[in-house]
Design a protein around this ligand. Sequence first.
Ligand code: PLP
Length: 379
Amino acid sequence: MREIYLDNSSTTKPCENAVKAAEIAMRSNWGNPSSLHSLGFHAEQTVNQARETLAKALGAKKSEIIFTSCGTESNNTAITGAVNLLKKRGNRIVTTAIEHPSVLNTVKHLAEQGFEVIYLHPDKSGVINRDDIYAAINEKTILVSMMYVNNETGYILPINECRRAIRAAGSPALLHCDAVQAFGKLPIKAESLGVDLLSVSGHKIHAPKGIGALYIKSGVHIKPLLLGGGQENGMRSGTESVPLISAFGAAVEELPDINKQLNDMQSLCDYAKNVLIKTGVVIVNSKEGSLPYILNISVPGYRSETLLHFLESKGIFVSSGSACSKGKGSYVLSEFGLKQSLVDSALRISFSRYNTKADADELAAALLLATKSLRRSDI
Ligand code: PLP
Protein backbone atom coordinates (compact mmCIF):
# COMPACT_ATOMS: atom_id res chain seq x y z
CA MET A 1 0.00 0.00 0.00
CA ARG A 2 1.32 3.49 -0.89
CA GLU A 3 1.83 5.63 2.21
CA ILE A 4 0.51 9.17 1.99
CA TYR A 5 1.84 11.38 4.76
CA LEU A 6 -0.34 14.44 5.33
CA ASP A 7 0.64 15.22 8.94
CA ASN A 8 3.61 17.49 8.30
CA SER A 9 2.68 20.04 10.94
CA SER A 10 3.17 17.31 13.55
CA THR A 11 6.54 16.36 12.17
CA THR A 12 8.28 15.90 8.83
CA LYS A 13 10.38 13.17 7.32
CA PRO A 14 14.07 14.03 7.72
CA CYS A 15 15.60 14.96 4.36
CA GLU A 16 18.55 13.00 2.95
CA ASN A 17 21.12 15.73 3.65
CA ALA A 18 19.99 16.02 7.27
CA VAL A 19 20.39 12.28 7.78
CA LYS A 20 23.84 12.35 6.16
CA ALA A 21 24.95 15.34 8.25
CA ALA A 22 23.87 13.62 11.49
CA GLU A 23 25.66 10.43 10.48
CA ILE A 24 28.92 12.22 9.68
CA ALA A 25 28.78 14.04 13.03
CA MET A 26 28.25 10.76 14.86
CA ARG A 27 30.75 8.63 12.94
CA SER A 28 33.69 10.96 12.51
CA ASN A 29 33.01 14.43 13.91
CA TRP A 30 31.95 13.38 17.42
CA GLY A 31 34.11 15.67 19.53
CA ASN A 32 32.86 18.05 22.21
CA PRO A 33 32.71 21.58 20.76
CA SER A 34 34.14 22.93 24.03
CA SER A 35 37.28 20.72 23.91
CA LEU A 36 40.51 22.53 23.12
CA HIS A 37 41.98 19.81 20.86
CA SER A 38 41.35 19.35 17.15
CA LEU A 39 38.38 16.97 17.58
CA GLY A 40 36.67 19.65 19.61
CA PHE A 41 37.64 22.34 17.13
CA HIS A 42 36.07 20.44 14.21
CA ALA A 43 32.85 19.89 16.17
CA GLU A 44 32.76 23.60 17.07
CA GLN A 45 33.25 24.51 13.42
CA THR A 46 30.28 22.33 12.46
CA VAL A 47 28.05 23.97 15.08
CA ASN A 48 29.13 27.42 13.92
CA GLN A 49 28.47 26.59 10.30
CA ALA A 50 24.91 25.51 11.17
CA ARG A 51 24.50 28.67 13.25
CA GLU A 52 25.55 30.75 10.27
CA THR A 53 22.99 28.93 8.07
CA LEU A 54 20.18 29.54 10.59
CA ALA A 55 21.21 33.17 11.03
CA LYS A 56 21.17 33.76 7.27
CA ALA A 57 17.76 32.12 6.94
CA LEU A 58 16.35 34.38 9.68
CA GLY A 59 18.08 37.56 8.55
CA ALA A 60 19.99 37.59 11.83
CA LYS A 61 23.57 37.72 13.08
CA LYS A 62 25.33 34.49 14.06
CA SER A 63 25.63 35.76 17.64
CA GLU A 64 21.83 36.14 17.80
CA ILE A 65 21.11 32.40 17.34
CA ILE A 66 21.23 29.82 20.14
CA PHE A 67 20.47 26.14 19.70
CA THR A 68 17.94 24.47 22.00
CA SER A 69 16.41 21.00 22.17
CA CYS A 70 13.08 21.91 20.50
CA GLY A 71 10.49 24.60 19.84
CA THR A 72 9.02 23.99 23.28
CA GLU A 73 12.34 24.78 24.97
CA SER A 74 12.79 27.89 22.80
CA ASN A 75 9.33 29.13 23.85
CA ASN A 76 9.94 28.36 27.54
CA THR A 77 13.35 30.07 27.47
CA ALA A 78 12.05 33.15 25.67
CA ILE A 79 8.98 33.69 27.84
CA THR A 80 10.42 32.84 31.24
CA GLY A 81 13.68 34.62 30.43
CA ALA A 82 11.96 37.81 29.32
CA VAL A 83 9.64 37.92 32.31
CA ASN A 84 12.50 37.33 34.76
CA LEU A 85 14.47 40.13 33.12
CA LEU A 86 11.68 42.71 33.20
CA LYS A 87 9.59 41.77 36.24
CA LYS A 88 10.61 44.91 38.11
CA ARG A 89 9.12 47.05 35.33
CA GLY A 90 5.65 45.57 35.17
CA ASN A 91 3.39 42.63 35.70
CA ARG A 92 1.44 42.13 32.48
CA ILE A 93 1.96 39.46 29.81
CA VAL A 94 -0.08 39.62 26.60
CA THR A 95 -0.57 36.54 24.43
CA THR A 96 -3.35 34.86 22.43
CA ALA A 97 -5.75 32.09 23.35
CA ILE A 98 -4.74 30.09 20.27
CA GLU A 99 -1.05 29.62 21.09
CA HIS A 100 0.63 26.23 21.25
CA PRO A 101 0.55 24.57 24.72
CA SER A 102 4.29 25.27 25.12
CA VAL A 103 3.35 28.96 25.33
CA LEU A 104 -0.01 28.63 27.08
CA ASN A 105 1.28 26.37 29.86
CA THR A 106 4.32 28.58 30.40
CA VAL A 107 2.23 31.74 30.83
CA LYS A 108 -0.24 29.79 33.00
CA HIS A 109 2.67 28.90 35.28
CA LEU A 110 3.64 32.58 35.41
CA ALA A 111 0.03 33.55 36.17
CA GLU A 112 0.16 31.18 39.16
CA GLN A 113 3.18 33.18 40.36
CA GLY A 114 1.16 36.41 40.24
CA PHE A 115 1.68 37.78 36.74
CA GLU A 116 -1.38 39.14 34.95
CA VAL A 117 -1.92 37.33 31.65
CA ILE A 118 -4.17 38.89 28.99
CA TYR A 119 -5.35 36.48 26.29
CA LEU A 120 -6.36 37.90 22.91
CA HIS A 121 -9.21 35.95 21.30
CA PRO A 122 -10.12 35.74 17.60
CA ASP A 123 -13.08 38.04 16.92
CA LYS A 124 -16.32 37.08 15.15
CA SER A 125 -14.61 37.13 11.76
CA GLY A 126 -11.93 34.77 13.08
CA VAL A 127 -9.01 37.18 13.33
CA ILE A 128 -7.01 38.66 16.20
CA ASN A 129 -8.25 42.21 16.06
CA ARG A 130 -5.83 45.14 15.85
CA ASP A 131 -7.83 47.22 18.35
CA ASP A 132 -7.74 44.39 20.88
CA ILE A 133 -3.93 44.25 20.59
CA TYR A 134 -3.63 48.00 21.23
CA ALA A 135 -6.09 47.82 24.14
CA ALA A 136 -4.24 44.95 25.82
CA ILE A 137 -0.72 46.42 25.76
CA ASN A 138 -0.02 49.11 28.36
CA GLU A 139 3.03 50.65 30.03
CA LYS A 140 3.12 47.79 32.55
CA THR A 141 3.31 45.10 29.86
CA ILE A 142 6.66 43.29 29.96
CA LEU A 143 6.11 40.60 27.33
CA VAL A 144 3.98 40.12 24.24
CA SER A 145 4.07 36.57 22.86
CA MET A 146 2.25 35.91 19.60
CA MET A 147 2.66 32.96 17.25
CA TYR A 148 3.29 33.60 13.56
CA VAL A 149 1.12 30.81 12.16
CA ASN A 150 -1.45 28.81 14.06
CA ASN A 151 -0.55 25.12 14.02
CA GLU A 152 -4.11 23.81 13.66
CA THR A 153 -5.65 26.10 11.05
CA GLY A 154 -2.72 27.85 9.30
CA TYR A 155 -4.12 31.26 10.34
CA ILE A 156 -1.40 33.93 10.01
CA LEU A 157 -1.44 36.25 13.03
CA PRO A 158 -0.84 40.04 12.91
CA ILE A 159 2.56 39.92 14.61
CA ASN A 160 3.52 43.16 12.81
CA GLU A 161 0.90 45.07 14.78
CA CYS A 162 2.47 44.05 18.10
CA ARG A 163 5.68 46.04 17.67
CA ARG A 164 3.66 49.13 16.71
CA ALA A 165 1.32 48.66 19.68
CA ILE A 166 4.27 48.24 22.10
CA ARG A 167 5.75 51.52 20.82
CA ALA A 168 2.42 53.33 20.96
CA ALA A 169 1.89 52.28 24.59
CA GLY A 170 5.40 53.35 25.62
CA SER A 171 5.75 49.84 26.98
CA PRO A 172 9.04 48.16 27.97
CA ALA A 173 7.70 44.84 26.66
CA LEU A 174 9.84 42.40 24.76
CA LEU A 175 8.17 40.83 21.73
CA HIS A 176 8.37 37.06 21.29
CA CYS A 177 7.14 35.15 18.28
CA ASP A 178 6.62 31.39 18.13
CA ALA A 179 7.50 30.90 14.47
CA VAL A 180 7.66 27.09 14.62
CA GLN A 181 5.02 26.61 11.91
CA ALA A 182 6.17 29.56 9.82
CA PHE A 183 9.92 29.02 9.58
CA GLY A 184 10.99 27.69 6.19
CA LYS A 185 7.50 28.35 4.82
CA LEU A 186 7.20 32.14 4.93
CA PRO A 187 10.08 34.55 4.28
CA ILE A 188 10.82 35.51 7.89
CA LYS A 189 13.37 38.16 8.72
CA ALA A 190 13.62 38.70 12.46
CA GLU A 191 14.81 42.28 12.25
CA SER A 192 12.14 43.59 9.89
CA LEU A 193 9.51 41.72 11.89
CA GLY A 194 10.60 43.79 14.89
CA VAL A 195 10.77 40.85 17.29
CA ASP A 196 13.20 40.50 20.19
CA LEU A 197 12.84 36.73 20.46
CA LEU A 198 11.77 34.15 17.89
CA SER A 199 11.43 30.37 18.25
CA VAL A 200 11.92 27.74 15.55
CA SER A 201 12.07 23.94 15.51
CA GLY A 202 13.98 21.54 13.28
CA HIS A 203 11.57 18.66 12.89
CA LYS A 204 8.93 20.78 11.15
CA ILE A 205 11.31 21.41 8.24
CA HIS A 206 12.80 17.96 7.57
CA ALA A 207 15.49 18.00 10.28
CA PRO A 208 15.36 15.39 13.09
CA LYS A 209 13.34 15.81 16.27
CA GLY A 210 15.12 17.16 19.36
CA ILE A 211 16.62 20.32 17.90
CA GLY A 212 15.35 23.89 17.93
CA ALA A 213 16.73 27.40 17.94
CA LEU A 214 15.97 30.73 19.52
CA TYR A 215 16.75 34.11 17.97
CA ILE A 216 17.68 36.63 20.66
CA LYS A 217 18.13 40.14 19.33
CA SER A 218 21.53 41.73 20.08
CA GLY A 219 21.36 43.74 23.27
CA VAL A 220 18.45 41.73 24.73
CA HIS A 221 19.90 39.99 27.79
CA ILE A 222 17.21 37.57 28.94
CA LYS A 223 17.96 35.11 31.74
CA PRO A 224 18.75 31.51 30.73
CA LEU A 225 16.65 28.55 31.88
CA LEU A 226 19.53 26.06 32.01
CA LEU A 227 22.59 26.91 34.06
CA GLY A 228 25.89 25.09 33.79
CA GLY A 229 28.94 25.28 31.56
CA GLY A 230 27.78 28.42 29.76
CA GLN A 231 27.48 26.98 26.26
CA GLU A 232 25.50 28.86 23.61
CA ASN A 233 26.69 32.24 24.78
CA GLY A 234 25.63 31.41 28.34
CA MET A 235 22.04 31.07 27.22
CA ARG A 236 21.75 27.27 27.06
CA SER A 237 24.22 25.25 29.08
CA GLY A 238 24.76 21.61 28.16
CA THR A 239 27.06 20.04 25.57
CA GLU A 240 25.69 20.87 22.13
CA SER A 241 24.16 18.02 20.13
CA VAL A 242 26.48 18.31 17.16
CA PRO A 243 24.66 15.65 15.06
CA LEU A 244 21.26 17.31 15.50
CA ILE A 245 22.60 20.82 15.04
CA SER A 246 24.47 19.78 11.92
CA ALA A 247 21.34 18.05 10.56
CA PHE A 248 19.26 21.18 11.29
CA GLY A 249 21.74 23.28 9.31
CA ALA A 250 21.65 20.79 6.42
CA ALA A 251 17.83 20.80 6.36
CA VAL A 252 17.78 24.61 6.26
CA GLU A 253 20.32 24.62 3.45
CA GLU A 254 18.14 22.19 1.51
CA LEU A 255 15.01 24.36 1.79
CA PRO A 256 13.83 25.31 -1.69
CA ASP A 257 13.20 28.95 -2.60
CA ILE A 258 10.59 29.95 0.00
CA ASN A 259 8.40 32.12 -2.24
CA LYS A 260 8.38 29.62 -5.08
CA GLN A 261 7.50 26.82 -2.70
CA LEU A 262 4.77 28.95 -1.15
CA ASN A 263 3.21 29.37 -4.63
CA ASP A 264 3.45 25.64 -5.29
CA MET A 265 1.88 24.91 -1.92
CA GLN A 266 -0.95 27.36 -2.60
CA SER A 267 -1.76 25.47 -5.83
CA LEU A 268 -1.66 22.14 -4.03
CA CYS A 269 -3.82 23.42 -1.16
CA ASP A 270 -6.36 25.01 -3.53
CA TYR A 271 -6.51 21.78 -5.51
CA ALA A 272 -7.04 19.75 -2.32
CA LYS A 273 -9.76 22.12 -1.12
CA ASN A 274 -11.57 21.72 -4.45
CA VAL A 275 -11.49 17.94 -4.58
CA LEU A 276 -12.46 17.70 -0.90
CA ILE A 277 -15.42 20.08 -1.27
CA LYS A 278 -16.53 18.20 -4.40
CA THR A 279 -17.00 15.04 -2.31
CA GLY A 280 -19.95 16.81 -0.69
CA VAL A 281 -18.99 15.44 2.75
CA VAL A 282 -16.23 17.89 3.72
CA ILE A 283 -16.36 21.39 5.22
CA VAL A 284 -13.21 23.52 5.10
CA ASN A 285 -12.43 25.24 8.42
CA SER A 286 -9.20 27.07 7.46
CA LYS A 287 -9.92 30.62 6.35
CA GLU A 288 -8.88 32.20 3.02
CA GLY A 289 -5.44 33.72 3.40
CA SER A 290 -4.18 31.02 5.77
CA LEU A 291 -0.79 29.40 5.28
CA PRO A 292 -1.41 26.83 2.52
CA TYR A 293 0.70 24.17 4.26
CA ILE A 294 -2.19 23.57 6.68
CA LEU A 295 -5.78 22.74 5.77
CA ASN A 296 -8.27 22.14 8.56
CA ILE A 297 -11.47 20.36 7.54
CA SER A 298 -14.47 18.66 9.15
CA VAL A 299 -16.53 15.69 8.02
CA PRO A 300 -19.79 16.37 9.89
CA GLY A 301 -21.35 13.30 11.51
CA TYR A 302 -18.06 11.41 11.87
CA ARG A 303 -15.64 11.61 14.80
CA SER A 304 -12.12 12.83 14.05
CA GLU A 305 -10.45 9.84 15.63
CA THR A 306 -12.64 7.32 13.80
CA LEU A 307 -11.88 9.09 10.51
CA LEU A 308 -8.17 9.26 11.33
CA HIS A 309 -7.98 5.49 11.88
CA PHE A 310 -10.07 4.76 8.78
CA LEU A 311 -7.66 6.87 6.71
CA GLU A 312 -4.72 5.14 8.37
CA SER A 313 -6.12 1.78 7.24
CA LYS A 314 -5.87 3.16 3.68
CA GLY A 315 -2.26 4.29 4.22
CA ILE A 316 -3.14 7.97 4.70
CA PHE A 317 -1.78 9.78 7.77
CA VAL A 318 -3.47 12.94 9.03
CA SER A 319 -4.06 14.52 12.42
CA SER A 320 -7.10 15.25 14.51
CA GLY A 321 -6.31 18.77 15.70
CA SER A 322 -2.71 19.10 16.83
CA ALA A 323 -0.55 16.15 17.82
CA CYS A 324 -0.15 17.70 21.27
CA SER A 325 -3.88 17.69 22.04
CA LYS A 326 -4.20 13.90 21.70
CA GLY A 327 -7.76 12.79 22.23
CA LYS A 328 -9.11 16.17 23.38
CA GLY A 329 -11.42 18.43 21.37
CA SER A 330 -9.45 21.33 19.96
CA TYR A 331 -9.50 24.53 22.07
CA VAL A 332 -8.16 26.33 19.03
CA LEU A 333 -11.11 25.48 16.78
CA SER A 334 -13.50 26.40 19.61
CA GLU A 335 -11.72 29.75 19.91
CA PHE A 336 -12.36 30.29 16.20
CA GLY A 337 -16.06 29.90 16.94
CA LEU A 338 -16.62 26.48 15.34
CA LYS A 339 -19.69 24.56 16.46
CA GLN A 340 -18.86 21.59 18.71
CA SER A 341 -20.02 19.14 16.00
CA LEU A 342 -17.40 20.57 13.61
CA VAL A 343 -14.72 20.53 16.32
CA ASP A 344 -15.46 16.86 17.05
CA SER A 345 -15.23 15.91 13.37
CA ALA A 346 -12.16 17.99 12.49
CA LEU A 347 -9.04 16.76 10.74
CA ARG A 348 -5.83 18.64 10.11
CA ILE A 349 -4.27 17.97 6.73
CA SER A 350 -0.73 19.35 6.52
CA PHE A 351 1.48 19.31 3.45
CA SER A 352 5.18 19.28 2.71
CA ARG A 353 7.16 19.66 -0.49
CA TYR A 354 6.95 15.87 -0.90
CA ASN A 355 3.13 15.87 -1.38
CA THR A 356 1.37 15.83 -4.75
CA LYS A 357 -2.11 16.43 -6.17
CA ALA A 358 -2.49 12.64 -6.41
CA ASP A 359 -2.25 12.54 -2.58
CA ALA A 360 -5.16 14.99 -2.36
CA ASP A 361 -7.20 12.89 -4.81
CA GLU A 362 -6.65 9.77 -2.70
CA LEU A 363 -7.54 11.61 0.49
CA ALA A 364 -10.81 12.85 -1.00
CA ALA A 365 -11.71 9.38 -2.31
CA ALA A 366 -10.89 7.79 1.07
CA LEU A 367 -13.01 10.33 3.00
CA LEU A 368 -15.94 9.71 0.69
CA LEU A 369 -15.51 5.98 1.23
CA ALA A 370 -15.32 6.58 5.00
CA THR A 371 -18.74 8.23 5.01
CA LYS A 372 -20.14 5.26 3.09
CA SER A 373 -18.47 2.58 5.23
CA LEU A 374 -18.59 4.02 8.78
CA ARG A 375 -21.66 4.46 10.93
CA ARG A 376 -22.56 8.11 11.58
CA SER A 377 -22.09 9.10 15.21
CA ASP A 378 -24.49 11.44 16.97
CA ILE A 379 -22.11 14.39 17.36
N1 PLP B 1 4.89 25.88 18.60
C1 PLP B 1 4.11 25.48 17.60
C2 PLP B 1 3.24 26.47 16.89
C3 PLP B 1 4.06 24.13 17.24
O1 PLP B 1 3.26 23.72 16.27
C4 PLP B 1 4.90 23.22 17.94
C5 PLP B 1 4.85 21.77 17.64
O2 PLP B 1 3.90 21.27 17.08
C6 PLP B 1 5.73 23.71 18.97
C7 PLP B 1 5.70 25.04 19.26
C8 PLP B 1 6.62 22.79 19.74
O3 PLP B 1 7.73 22.40 18.96
P1 PLP B 1 8.56 21.13 19.38
O4 PLP B 1 7.79 19.93 18.97
O5 PLP B 1 9.85 21.26 18.61
O6 PLP B 1 8.78 21.21 20.84
